[in-house]
Design a protein around this ligand. Structure first.
Ligand SMILES: [Zn+2]
Length: 119
């Protein structure tokens, strides 16, 4: 069993657009990193402002990680489309429900494997 080419084409286009979007978000986020400013290294700022920046930096890191994970998932999905393994559960090799892929195109597990992972 295989996914029709037309369906894969739609998903591939969607993933490419999504990848560009995520890359743009990463680029914008990188520009906002308060620690990317090298002048800070020589700036002896007061400790209370440093504490605030520490929190901002942690949130920035968390946001960046989330975007990078998403980007990784998209790239892996594109690779699987290329290899012809896209849409099959990486655990049990069952075909992943197309409704599920429509909602989560980067899904690698079928519904039952996903559910058994949680429980
Ligand atoms: Zn499965």
């Amino acid at each position: 069993m295989k996914f029709p080419k037309s369906v894969l084409k739609d998903i591939e286009e969607h993933l490419h657009a999504e990848k560009n979007r995520v890359e743009e978000q990463i680029r914008q986020l990188s520009a906002q990193d308060p620690f990317s400013d090298t002048s800070r290294l020589t700036d002896n700022a007061a400790t209370d402002t440093e504490a605030k920046e520490e929190i901002d930096h942690e949130r920035y890191q968390a946001m960046l990680k989330e975007l990078e994970d998403k980007q990784k998932g998209i790239i892996q999905a594109l690779v699987r489309i290329d290899k012809g393994t896209y849409g099959f559960c990486t655990k049990c090799a069952a075909m992943i429900d197309t409704d599920r892929l429509a909602v989560l195109p980067i899904a690698t597990l079928c519904m039952s494997c996903e559910n058994s992972k949680i429980s």
